[in-house]
Design a protein around this ligand. Structure first.
Ligand code: NAP
Length: 285
């Protein structure tokens, strides 16, 4: 039986470290504060917002919600971003995306001050992930993958890692971060020849394809550590499923993250951690 790499356990450890840091900042008169900007009432956004608010309150981070109608004008939204930029009491900003089609999403993202970009929405933050230089925070999901591997003592240096997926949100940044930790990384996508072989040869397999159960028993091998980033709603089964077919892979591999309760459980704690960090940096502590 594989070891189950519980994201809930990782999040609990992260939260207690963050609580201590937030309490130390409070003693210095600094209250870490996250602005949440939501346009419209998308159920995905509302559910993430509820999770983020709960996690913030557990850790001792304050939240300022900015809720705008779905037909908000570009200049009105930019004015909110400017207000966040100029408010020294706000340390980070979470902007829900995708924005409605009539808005220029890139322009809105780029308007945010880099030091408040706790969710890696500006091209400057993403460039820092790729260059390994400069300030900025990596995408929370990509960092959550590394938090899990680190928490369970999985050595990365010199390891063969295969990442399935090359999106700018998950696949590419997580690949660069693993490379930065001296892993030997193979990035796969829909045109990859022999995907099962590329996956089997890895010592660590990261699945971020966004397709329920696309990684099956032919993709995994004994001794492997499998991190499943996928969150896919299976309407027929009425439950969330990962990109990995858990029932097929779990008996064969050494360790695996569950879905739900894996990477998704850690992402919000990473975000809150970025806010605490940004507050400490802003206060020069
Ligand atoms: P995305 O933008 O749709 O990208 C999916 C990537 O996977 C693409 O690069 C695609 O290749 C590749 N891919 C798709 N099907 C494949 C297949 N059959 N074989 C090989 N490669 C395949 O998705 P994303 O935004 O990166 O998200 C990936 C997954 O992570 C989703 O399930 C999403 O819900 C989940 N997610 C989880 C969290 C979290 O907190 N846990 C956060 C964000 C996203 P091409 O480039 O060739 O099309």
């Amino acid at each position: 039986m594989a070891k189950i790499l519980s994201g809930k356990e990782v999040a609990a450890a992260l939260n207690s470290r963050l609580q201590a840091r937030a309490a130390a900042l409070a003693e210095q008169g600094v209250l870490p504060t996250l602005a949440i900007v939501r346009v419209g009432e998308r159920e995905d956004d509302l559910s993430y917002e509820r999770g983020a608010m709960k996690r913030c309150s557990t850790v001792g981070v304050s939240v300022r919600p900015f809720v705008l109608p779905a037909d908000v004008r570009q200049d009105e939204l930019l004015a909110v971003i400017r207000q966040i930029n100029e408010d020294p009491a706000v340390h980070g900003c979470l902007l829900f995306r995708p924005l409605p089609k009539h808005l220029d999403e890139r322009a809105v993202c780029e308007a945010l001050r880099p030091e408040k970009d706790v969710d890696c929405i500006t091209s400057g933050s993403l460039a820092a992930v790729f260059s390994g230089q400069g300030a900025g925070y990596p995408p929370c999901t990509a960092q959550a993958v590394l938090e899990i591997l680190d928490h369970f003592g999985c050595e990365l240096r010199g390891k063969r890692v295969t990442v399935v997926g090359r999106s700018l949100v998950v696949g590419k940044p997580v690949s660069m971060m693993l490379l930065g930790r001296h892993a030997t990384v193979t990035i796969c996508h829909t045109r990859t020849a022999d995907l099962p072989g590329q996956c089997r040869q890895a010592e660590i397999l990261v699945a971020a394809a966004g397709k329920a159960g696309v990684i099956g028993k032919e993709h995994v091998s004994p001794g492997q550590v499998v991190v499943d980033v996928g969150i896919n709603w299976d309407a027929a089964a009425g439950r969330l499923r990962g990109d990995v077919d858990f029932e097929q892979a779990e008996p064969l591999v050494e360790a695996i993250t569950p879905v739900p309760g894996g990477v998704g459980a850690v992402t919000t704690s990473v975000l809150v951690g970025h806010v605490v960090d940004a507050a400490a940096r802003a206060a020069g502590l």
